[in-house]
Each structure stands twice: as C-alpha cells, then as structure tokens.
Design a protein. Structure first.
Length: 141
C-alpha cells in the first residue's frame, strides 16, 4: 500500500511536516530524505529531534556517517558511501535497530533493496517552492 501527501511549509511551519510524520511512521522505519544540497534535509531532522526533546544540536553526519539522538532516532549521511560499502560497513545491520532511521543521500538502489526485504520505507522529496519547501511524502508498507 502506498500513502502519498504533499505539504508546503516554511522553516517556521515544519511542525506541519513532523506532525504528519508522527501519524504515519511505524515504530521501526527507514526514511529517505531526498533533495538538492541545502534543501533542508538536516533542518527537518533537527526540527524533529527538537520537537521530541532529544537534543538541540543536530548536524549532518557527513564525516561520521551516523548520528544517534536519544535511544532510537538515527541520522545517516551516505553522500560519500558506495552502495556496496553500505553492506561491508555494517550499515544495513543498523537498520535492524528499533527506531526511525533518517537517511540523506541514500539512493534508489538502497531504497529498492530495503523495500525488497520488507522494511517500511518512507521517502520524503524536498523541493523549493517560492520561499518555502514542498515536502512530498510517500510511505510504502
């Protein structure tokens, strides 16, 4: 089943996006964040982390690959990682941990693989829209 929704929001209205995500995200879920450089991927994760009172200092895990906020909110940046390295680095095993796994620069190959092995996958495409962003949210379960 596929659920799809578009939300247009400014940075000050990210609660519109996060509230919808809280409704649809399963306890264990992989969330792909797609968008150009500086489109607001890390900003969205920062808003969610802050709204859950987990931490206030969210940065992109560009060099560390993964950040953990609280006990079960994971944030990955796979920009420099080849798909084959995702397996050899043990990143796939991380997805078995209960929680929400936000992935920047995950790629279509990883997304298809995770769907094929029955992970719940949510894809969020972030596009510029005037002075705001359009969040196209698609859940496949």
């Amino acid at each position: 089943m596929i659920e799809k929704k578009e939300i247009i929001a400014s940075v000050n209205e990210l609660n519109l996006v996060s509230e919808y995500l809280y409704e649809i995200l399963d306890k264990n879920c992989i969330i792909f964040l797609n968008g150009n450089l500086a489109s607001g991927k890390t900003t969205l994760v920062s808003h969610i982390v802050g709204s859950l009172s987990l931490d206030s200092s969210v940065t992109s895990p560009t060099f560390t690959i993964q950040h953990l906020y609280g006990d079960n909110l994971y944030h990955y940046d796979l920009y420099r990682i080849e798909t084959s390295d995702i397996f050899s680095l043990g990143i796939i095993e991380e997805f078995d941990k209960e929680g929400w796994h936000f992935i920047e620069w995950g790629g279509d190959t990883l997304e298809r693989f995770l769907k094929s092995v029955d992970y719940t996958v949510v894809k969020i495409d972030i596009e510029p829209h005037l002075h705001e962003r359009k969040y196209i949210i698609e859940k496949v379960s």
